[in-house]
Design a protein around this ligand. Sequence first.
Ligand SMILES: [Zn+2]
Length: 497
Amino acid sequence: MANTCIVCGQAAGSGEHVFPASLGGRRTNKNIYCTKHDNSYARLVEELANQLDLLNALLGVIPDRSDEVKSVLARDRHTGEELRLSVKKSSLTESRVISRQREGAGVRMEMSFPNREAMKLWLAEQQANGIDVTPLHKPEEHPYFLGEVHHQSHFGGPCGLGAVAYVTQTFLAQAFPELARSGDIENFIAYTQAIAAVARIRGGCGAHTDGAPDPKLEAARQTLEAALVPFAGKMPVWWDFDPQPETRPNAFEFGHRVTVGVDAEDGQIFGRLSLFSSIHFGMCFGTASAAVETKAVTVDIDPMAAHPPDDIQTVQSASAIARVTAPTQPTAGLAAALANNTQEAPFTDLIRRIEAYSLAKVAAKMHVELAAYSTLSSVEGDLLIARVVDEQAQRVFNMVRWLLRDYKPRLPTDLLPALGPSIDSMMARDPNSANGLSPMANATLTLAKGALVTQIREDIKAGRLDQRRLEALMGEGPGAAVIGEIILTPVVAALAG
Ligand SMILES: [Zn+2]
């Protein structure tokens, strides 16, 4: 039975990832699809991976068969410039001119490049055009400070749900090879094939609206509609905004979970998928026609594990507790969630958890680096603290903005016209400066970093600088208080005067 493709019955053996590689899956299985049908789902998976890009980039998920952590293209809301973001760094994707002025017979320019390669390329281009370029000083590397970054990603939609259905179907085929080939889930397979065909056509997932729609798209959509007839015209997969309480928490922080199973009571073949332990889906594959034993298989997947064997944890049970109930209106859950804004809640909650995770990681790293303080002279020790804090300059700038934004609305309304603009200038960005900040914001940032350095030195000397204290200083109220005391002093003085 095994070793045949669950779609066409021909020999399987494509060795596809059971959980998509682009989402951090590390395991392959050669017994589920033939090469043709494995490839047929590629575009659908790509759509889901694109939708989850930002979350994967924030977490530092490494796609399988790649050494680079996930990065995502975004736009700086203030300057409109394109940025590439990942957990490791943010960088501009394009070279730009910061200033340009005539000087003698030439032009003096200040330039910024995303990296050294881009700079060399630009220099070579100028030379090829017969333009003499003399570097006036060695290139300097600056961090570029981000304001609010705008990343548009539409999660879900027919293609996103289709991809969720395909991923879970692959797990069903792995855990229940005979059931997957029994014909009992053939309508479900026809549906995933039909949505995959739509996704393969340009504009099928609604991504490219420029140009005329591909004429093949209409036919593919009709095939999809026909594939949904056995499901009364509704998609057999849905958002689950009210998931049952987990009897067992996910084995991994930010782990994904797939549950597939069958209930002997009525033959229901069910599936669930939870992404990052936060975004939940349910689906019904069909009904078992022959007698079956109740069984469920749950697989937890760690998207941040570098390799097997500690990347997954599988648990089998003889229970159908995870069986599903299809919503009477497939979009009812989504509509209600949109209406009372609960659709945002899992995302907001997830982003908050990711931020806490990244703060803890930063604090742990700083704690290790600062351990050398006790072995250094006081001058060297101060340099060490300054360097360690400077490495987190973006984080400090975020705290400055958070603090000022929180403070501004609390000013007495009669003082707002006078003090509002100076508060704004303390966090103002300047797209023409090398690091993206205005001179005033740079000065504020320097003050803020200095305040943190002083506090960290005091804490080390008092023996109270542990990792938890560093978390508090680098991203929570205590750090904001330390910064606020320094940068708000002029404002407070103005208030008193
Ligand atoms: Zn096949």
